[in-house]
Design a protein around this ligand. Structure first.
Ligand code: SAM
Length: 220
């Protein structure tokens, strides 16, 4: 390898990174199907941070192939979702077609920063392996807080740049914050307290954040 190729992402890595962040077309559908398994544990751990003991309206930001939306719907919850990828919107809508048809799920294409739902329309929210691709995560966290009702919780799961990242992740596409930076963006968006858990998954470290909004009706 010559000196000028050492830090340059390989075309295959850039392609894989781009399809993971913005799945599109036939390859995007294949990536979507692969994600069902590869992101299941992170999604299940994110859901475990939320109080789902009674039926809730749950916002999922970056729902991908719609596997976790399906789990929530099967458990009797209502799902509001956004994803900027038309390929993922189509795949998740197909997977959850009955719930989309009868109004238990609303899965929309978003612009990648704002959340196209009214104020106070969700009890809980979560987003898994998506922060890296948000052009302005702080703005998105602020808009999620607008959509959440007082006392709501946002769960975030994913990698941070505190640990080494796989070589295939193109840093121009995977813009991965440190845990401290992520927590500071959540704080700036109005969440307090923020619980942070670090899970050793063997091949990588998973960071989980449960960011809570104050409940105006509850004395502090
Ligand atoms: C690695 S996939 C994860 C999908 C799903 N959350 C999961 O855990 O299986 C990344 C997802 O984030 C979506 N995405 C990309 N940019 C986004 C943004 N700015 N806001 C929300 N989601 C975004 C992609 O379309 C894709 O569905």
């Amino acid at each position: 390898m010559t000196a000028d190729t050492v830090d340059r992402p390989r075309a295959i890595d850039r392609f894989r990174s781009r399809q993971s962040g913005h799945p599109s077309g036939l390859i995007g559908r294949i990536f979507g199907r692969a994600m069902v398994k590869s992101t299941a544990d992170a999604n299940d751990r994110a859901l475990a941070l939320l109080d789902l003991t009674t039926p809730r309206a749950v916002l999922e930001v970056g729902f991908g192939q719609g596997r976790t939306a399906e789990i929530l719907l099967d458990a009797g919850h209502h799902v509001l979702g956004i994803d900027p990828s038309p390929t993922m919107v189509a795949q998740a809508t197909r997977r959850n077609r009955h719930a989309c048809r009868d109004g238990r799920a609303t899965l929309r294409r978003g612009d990648g920063t704002t959340i196209p739902f009214p104020d106070d329309s969700a009890d809980l929210a979560f987003s898994v392996h998506t922060v890296y691709f948000m052009p302005d995560p702080a703005a998105t966290f602020t808009d999620i807080a607008r959509v959440l009702r007082p006392g709501g919780t946002l769960a975030i799961a994913g990698r941070t740049s505190d640990q080494p990242l796989p070589a295939w992740m193109d840093p121009d596409i995977y813009r991965i914050p440190t845990a401290d930076h992520l927590a500071s963006m959540l704080t700036a968006a109005g969440y307090d307290p923020i619980d942070h858990h670090v899970i050793d998954r063997g091949d990588h470290t998973l960071h989980l954040f449960a960011a809570h909004l104050a409940d105006a009706s509850r004395p502090t």
